[in-house]
Design a protein around this ligand. Structure first.
Ligand SMILES: Cc1cc2nc3c(=O)[nH]c(=O)nc-3n(C[C@H](O)[C@H](O)[C@H](O)COP(=O)(O)OP(=O)(O)OC[C@H]3O[C@@H](n4cnc5c(N)ncnc54)[C@H](O)[C@@H]3O)c2cc1C
Length: 360
């Protein structure tokens, strides 16, 4: 069954788009949107059928993310964090944990999220691990601060981890009701405030071994599935956000032919990226079969979303600079891709482009 070709999915897209401006203005958690995604079957996308999901192909998942991000970036971002948690749990060898969490996750009865950046991109320059872990007698203890967790206030479980004294790492599913866990007030950010992202404190949180997803092992985030930093998922979202801006420039160019050449140039870049990601609408492949590396695609997707959003503002002129115009939100949201899940080479490429270095 093609999960993207059904009326419920189309209805969910329409509703997400309609609600996207007020969602960001009121900084509300996208509860209604997540329910609609559940009704459209989207919450089962990354959960294997044996646990009550649909287990869609990688290509379908990326196409879905792109379309959803074009309708509402914040909701789609929240979905990716929830899906990241589901994928990590589904990739575990721990069948007991999968049986306990995956079916209610697929039904949308519980919500899970990830707090994993301190194991990949955040606080890597600080010698002391953000979260210290120890394990003995069937218990795992976590102590420290998880710097970034989207939707922590609304989560039943947070997939997170810590680093042991011997530098091996563990990845676990932490129930948010556990003693010693506290959720900080969400940070006030440049955009995506409805994602309610903030820090989570773990004060010697003790967990049973049955909550273990992976480890202890070096570089636990490089094991299994779920998409590491700078994964194709992050690019699919950037491409979706860019395509919304490019569509808006196209609408504007219907009345102003001078804009056509700029629209066409951005649309060509977009098509190249979609082709390289292997998710063109004609391509029915099960895998993404991208013809460029994930890093290269992310660099170009970042560049495109930044350029497309600014071109949208320039085309909208002063009217676009007034509070409430969608071009303003598009620009603030595009900035997110400069900092979200950016491995060092992607960050370097962005800085090189911004600094206009001529040596590269
Ligand atoms: C809206 C939003 C939502 C997010 N949601 C999640 C989520 O749900 N789950 C998740 O796991 N992650 C999440 N992230 C985290 C994200 O993926 C990145 O890991 C994060 O943005 C990295 O930024 P940082 O400030 O933590 O990086 P850091 O590298 O810790 O940088 C922080 C500061 O440290 C200093 N610094 C950095 N490098 C050095 C150095 N080499 N030497 C000296 N000083 C240095 C700089 O002053 C810098 O500003 C989210 C991020 C955002 C913006």
């Amino acid at each position: 069954m093609d999960m993207l070709k059904n009326t419920r999915f189309e209805q969910a897209l329409e509703s997400l788009e309609q609600l996207s401006a007020s969602l960001e203005q009121n900084q509300e958690w996208p509860d209604k949107q997540l329910q609609e995604l559940g009704d459209a079957g989207v919450l089962g996308w990354v959960i294997p059928p044996e646990w009550g999901g649909f287990g869609v192909s990688d290509a379908e998942l990326m196409r879905g993310y792109q379309r959803l991000a074009s309708a509402c970036l914040v909701t789609t971002f929240v979905l990716t964090q929830r899906n990241g948690a589901c994928q990590r749990i589904a990739g575990a060898t721990n069948s007991e944990l999968k049986a306990e969490l995956l079916p209610p996750l697929a039904r949308g009865e519980i919500f899970a999220t990830v707090g994993i950046s301190h194991l990949t991109t955040s606080r890597q320059h600080i010698r002391k691990p953000a979260v210290q872990a120890s394990h003995s007698n069937g218990r795992i203890v976590l102590d420290g601060e998880v710097p970034w967790v989207t939707g922590a206030k609304y989560a039943d479980y947070i997939v997170t981890g810590g680093t042991c004294e011997d530098s091996k790492q563990v990845l676990v599913a932490v129930p948010t009701k556990v003693t010693g866990l506290s959720v900080a007030e969400p940070a006030k950010m440049l955009a995506l405030n409805a994602s309610q992202t903030g820090a989570v404190h773990l004060d010697n949180v003790e967990l049973d071994h049955r909550m273990l997803i992976a480890g202890p092992i070096e570089n636990v985030m490089k094991q299994g599935q779920g998409g590491g930093a700078g994964s194709l998922t992050t690019s699919a979202l950037a491409i979706g956000a860019a395509s919304r801006c490019i569509d808006r420039i196209k609408e504007e160019s219907g009345r102003r032919p001078d804009l056509v050449e700029f629209h066409d140039s951005l649309a060509d870049d977009l098509q190249l990226l979609v082709d390289d990601l292997g998710i063109s609408s004609g391509a029915e492949s099960e895998t993404t079969q991208q013809s460029a590396t994930a890093e290269d695609i992310r660099q170009r997707a970042n560049s495109l979303v930044l350029r497309a959003s600014q071109a949208y503002l320039a085309a909208s002129k002063g009217a676009g600079f007034v509070d409430g115009h969608p071009a303003g939100r598009a620009i603030r949201e595009a900035m997110f891709f400069l900092v979200w899940s950016c491995p060092q080479p992607v960050l370097d490429a962005a800085l090189r482009e911004l600094a206009c270095s001529i040596s590269n």
